[in-house]
Design a protein around this ligand. Structure first.
Ligand SMILES: C=Cc1c(C(=O)O)[nH]c(=O)[nH]c1=O
Length: 315
């Protein structure tokens, strides 16, 4: 069974990778991903300067393993750390894993500077511009401001000057799918979108203590895990149906097993990211989920993901 895929011109030996933000802030964590059975890896979203992020507790699993809530606040080592990591990355590593770099500047000027630095370094890594961090107090998500998002792309697209992707928040209105897709279809270098980032500003409360699970923002944080699966599948399929041929969707959200990877592919995903389940289970999740996916495909008689990608049936 062939699970390989090609995104932005780079080949992933299998279509699984981490969701940016999980197990990818520090070099040692990234090395764990390189040594895991993932098909690739993506770094924690970077800002111009390093950040400690929000006060803890800022991540919590939800009762009944239905998902997670986080308000990390963009803790990261600053973009030069990840630029340096990319410069020293062994692109011919034995596993043949490509490297994705996530950038989440706090302003267009920050994103401009970071994109210029990566352009000048001219490395084989693939950029994913994160327009959807829900947890920086006072910074509304660019992904929910269509005009700002288009203006940002008008500046960043020519600077990046090669295929790149965008990390999107979940949309919940068909008109927003239409508007966002129409914007991305204007930029030839935008070759993939990653759907979805966490479902912003949920509130998880502990029944016994009657207290919010996390400290930042009065307990408000992004939701991930199984509970966001239908929203993730909808966003994957909405953009799969709307983006011009040649543009791809990376699925993210709700993956706990081979089953949800299969559903993401059925919805149209060309690669699939794992966040909450990676956080809870560790990097062994990639081997387990891959095995489950192969078993499921074999049971269904599929030999490659192309046979069923985007083929979700409607009634
Ligand atoms: C980049 C910041 C993000 C964060 C964060 O660092 O709080 N959490 C998310 O669920 N998604 C993000 O995009």
């Amino acid at each position: 069974v062939d699970l390989s895929t090609t995104i932005a011109g780079v080949k992933l030996p299998n279509l699984l990778l981490n969701a940016s933000g999980v197990n990818c802030r520090f070099e040692n964590e990234l090395q764990q991903l390189v040594e895991s059975k993932s098909g690739s890896l993506i770094t924690k979203s970077a800002t111009l300067n390093s950040r400690e992020g929000n006060p803890e507790p800022r991540y919590a699993p939800l009762a009944g393993s239905i998902g997670s809530i986080n308000s990390m606040g963009l803790p990261n080592q600053g973009y030069e750390y990840y630029l340096n990591y990319a410069k020293n990355f062994d692109y011919n590593n034995t596993a043949g894993k490509p490297l994705f770099i996530s950038l989440a500047g706090l302003s267009l000027a920050e994103n401009k500077t970071m994109c210029e630095a990566f352009r000048d370094a001219n490395l084989p890594c693939v950029l994913e511009v994160n327009f959807s961090c829900p947890n920086v107090p006072g910074k509304p998500q660019v992904g929910y401001d269509m005009e700002a998002m288009e203006q940002a792309l008008q500046v960043l697209d020519p600077i990046i000057g090669r295929p790149f992707g965008i990390k999107l928040p979940p949309y919940f209105d068909i008109a927003h799918f239409d508007q966002a897709a129409a914007i991305f279809n204007k930029f030839d270098n935008v070759v993939f979108v990653t759907c979805i980032n966490s479902v912003g500003n949920g509130l998880a409360i502990d029944l016994d203590s009657e207290t919010a699970l996390i400290k930042p923002k009065d307990g408000f944080g992004g939701l991930g895990g199984l509970l966001v699966l239908p929203t993730a599948l909808a966003n994957v399929n909405a953009f799969y149906r709307r983006l011009k041929p040649g543009k791809q969707v990376i699925g993210c959200g709700g993956v706990t097993s081979g089953k949800e990877v299969f559903l993401h592919i059925l919805a149209g995903a060309s690669a699939v990211e794992i966040g909450t389940q990676l956080m809870e289970e560790g990097t062994g999740v990639f081997e387990r989920v891959q095995k489950e996916l192969v078993e499921l495909m074999t049971a269904k008689g599929y030999k490659s993901v192309e046979e069923f990608r985007g083929k979700v049936k409607t009634l």
